[in-house]
Write a protein that binds this ligand. Sequence first.
Ligand code: OOG
Ligand code: NI
Length: 466
Amino acid sequence: MKEKSYVSADEIRSDFSAAMSAMYREEVPAYGTLMSLVAQVNAETLAADSHLRRRLEETDSLDRISEERHGAIRLGTPEELSMMRRVFAVMGMYPVGYYDLSTAGVPVHSTAFRPVGDAALKRNPFRVFTSLLRLDLIADATLREEAAQVLALRRIFTDRAVELVEKAEQDGGLNAADAAVFVREVLETFRWHDRAIVSADMYKRLHDAHRLIADVVSFKGPHINHLTPRTLDIDKVQALMPEEGIAPKAVVEGPPTRKCAILLRQTSFKALEEPVSFIGDSGEWKAGSHTARFGEIEQRGIALTPKGRALYDRLLSDTRAIARPAADGSNAAEYEAALAKVFEAFPDDWHEIRKQGLGYFNYSLTELGRATGITGDTGIEALVESGHVQFDPIVYEDFLPVSAAGIFQSNLGDDAAQEFVASPNQVMFERDLGAGVLDEFAHYAGIEKASIEECLGAAGMAVAAE
Ligand code: OOG
Ligand code: NI
């Protein structure tokens, strides 16, 4: 049984997210600039759109937005991944979804650790996109072996962090003092280290094989490589970024600008070239540089059903058949025009999206529904029709593989495009993780279903949801 003195996982997650944000802000000042810009644009958007403000307030989603962010890390070994899963579990974060990025020329596969369940998400939706390096995709066997040896020797978690994870698992939670130490100790794993654990020569060979391999293998730990605040108007932030001295990538990833936001739109600025030092021949440090950390912003829209997602995937691939965004941004206008045109086929009206079963919605009683009560043997559709029940889009909490690949690519540099044979391997990933990843669609469907049942229950009806 849980003792009262245990701190909730939600609270530990919130504290950790805040600590990570403070650390990254200090390490990468442009992140702080981006945060201020996003806060300003969000405030303006809400001031100009009272309907949006009211819906966010009434669905308890307004508070979470100013605190909302995701980060990303890249791990080197199965042991690191499975320990990371246990660390995140203490914070109420679970692996959702499987993303294969080998198709996009990036030798990793990934999941996102995030809270699951409506209440936890409302409290703090902190997520971490977590990739595992796939040494099996490296052609050079000698280099593969050397990289594996370096990775096998490093310890990315402090002893105290591991102890506290074990304690939390055994006791079913952490008290306030332990939780505070846990946050501080786990933060160490995400810290930037400017001293590499390899020589300049080895770094170069890893880098020549793939930039990402050098990033994962050469350092003491999986430094957080970006933290992404959530904006309510990504086009506006993208347009304002240059004024703040930040150059965004040429195109926004994901769907085009729309009235009804769907899924996820993201944009980033290029990774910084930062001074690091490598192990020299006789123990001295040798100066060099490494490029890994960047900034990103995102706007989140409605979670799509499998039918909606299939339509999205088809339209995105149709767009990319017309124009594929070039890394140097030279065809950005052409790509954006094609994207807007092709996506005209995706309804841009909440009623239509709902009617066609393309998105997930959260149902609640309207003022009328609350005032008059509901009688009779009516289903949810009739209640919507009669104005007793309203619906709000459920926010998409996950990621998109094509967008993620675009974000990776823009940070790997234009010369990094590389071909790998597409080889998704969810079975191997889950074995390394030590657990299955959750299915995002089932999760959204569950939230929608619960909201319908609550409406029908509130109406005192035993009618099953249609
Ligand atoms: C992760 C890139 C993917 C996103 O938001 O899609 C990502 C990485 O660069 O490690 O963060
Ligand atoms: Ni990201």
